[in-house]
Write a protein of this length. Structure first.
Lengths: 240, 240
């Protein structure tokens, strides 16, 4: 059994939104960076998988934000893996400023064979995984499974150079930007905390035309991002 | 007279493009962050100006990129102010990896009265400025003055939440993203260095519909970003 590992960061100008507080997108960015760094440090990151033409893929993410850290705040992100089965690995996050928990997250990952585009049975790395498992519960409930919904509004966007990662797929964080760009500015400005759930279904490729559909009822906002062919991502944001 | 001041950074995953090298946008981001931090450290940053309802505004920027640093590289940014007159202050940048110069920049700033929206005579801060001036030349030629041009292609974009800063104006870096999003992916992938010139003329506000017009001849790309009312920004990129 392993221990919870912590990483230190500072909230930089590019991390804050117009309220000068860390945006949801940058909070998720810190969590995903820590996921990559921690997996690499413990010998089961993308670098170790690439040799085998495999890659980690984020399938679901749940994040609760209690307080958005201000610009130049020093923060700590704790991370630990606490569940592992043939299909997915669960990594947890807690963002803190000293002892105050600012945000928490639960992410579910699978391994994809980049040639066959099929999900790989994680049993192949059970031994390595057993060594890094931490005996601590997830800080929040698991990411919700989001079903198709009727949407009342939509916009379109073409995936561009500044959106893509080394696979020439749209970066996960751009989905976060897209959904928050559809929410009213005063809701974002005056929020008292939120819960975000993401289901990542397929990847958006460079040049692809996307439709970002959404609807909302009270404090709950639902999103579906799709290409001409299929649904790529569903998301839900519930403001407190 | 003062000395050149240096700041250390690491190229993070969010800084790299699909080639896993720092994008032009992130290189400029590091330069602008250093400008803000260094001005604050030396007592003439935005924080000191805000009391007087004044703010620093970037009017022109010239950047030459020789090599785009790779992900997780440790870099240093040197910065110094070496020119100052009633209308503008010139701040220089050199991005290094050990002794290799990766990029260089020259930025010209003016001070804006946020109430009257007029440029302020910088004589009011001459004494403070004199103390921070460094006796070293700019590393590259001053930013070019860009004139109106005929453009052959254009796209449209509406300024959204993820684009705006605390003034609810579009962040400077989004202009950089926009122009590079219009350039062919293979030009960006296979470039052997570039020179970028920016003229910032007016600010883009939240919700405003922008037109990004461009044309190119050989290795030179010209851009003009405008709202329905006026030209906001012109830019030129010359690839080597």
């Amino acid at each position: 059994m392993a221990e919870i590992t912590s990483y230190k960061y500072r909230i930089e100008p590019q991390d804050v939104d117009f309220t000068l507080r860390a945006s949801a997108s940058s909070i998720i960015n810190y969590m995903l960076n820590v996921a990559g760094t921690d997996a690499d440090n413990k010998g089961f990151g993308v670098a170790s998988l690439q040799d085998n033409k495999y890659t980690w893929v984020l399938s679901r993410l749940g994040v609760e934000i209690y307080r958005q850290a201000e610009q130049y705040s020093n923060i700590v992100i704790d991370t630990w893996v606490n569940e592992f089965n043939r299909l997915s690995s669960t990594r947890n996050f807690r963002m803190r400023q000293d002892d105050e928990v600012l945000a928490a997250g639960v992410s579910q990952w699978c391994v994809l064979d980049m040639e066959s585009r099929q999900v790989v049975d994680l049993s192949i790395m059970k031994e390595r995984h057993d060594e890094v498992m931490v005996d601590a519960p997830s800080p929040i409930s698991a990411p919700a499974r989001l079903r198709p919904a009727e949407h009342t509004a939509s916009s379109e966007y073409t995936v561009a150079y500044s959106d893509i990662d080394f696979n020439r797929h749209m970066n996960t964080l751009r989905y976060v930007d897209m959904i928050f760009d559809a929410i009213s500015l005063d809701v974002i400005e005056n929020n008292c905390g939120m819960r975000i759930d993401f289901n990542f279904i397929a990847e958006a490729r460079y040049g692809e035309r996307l439709t970002i559909a959404h609807s909302h009822e009270g404090n709950t906002w639902l999103f579906e991002i799709s290409s001409s062919e299929k649904t790529l991502c569903r998301a839900k944001v519930e403001f407190k």
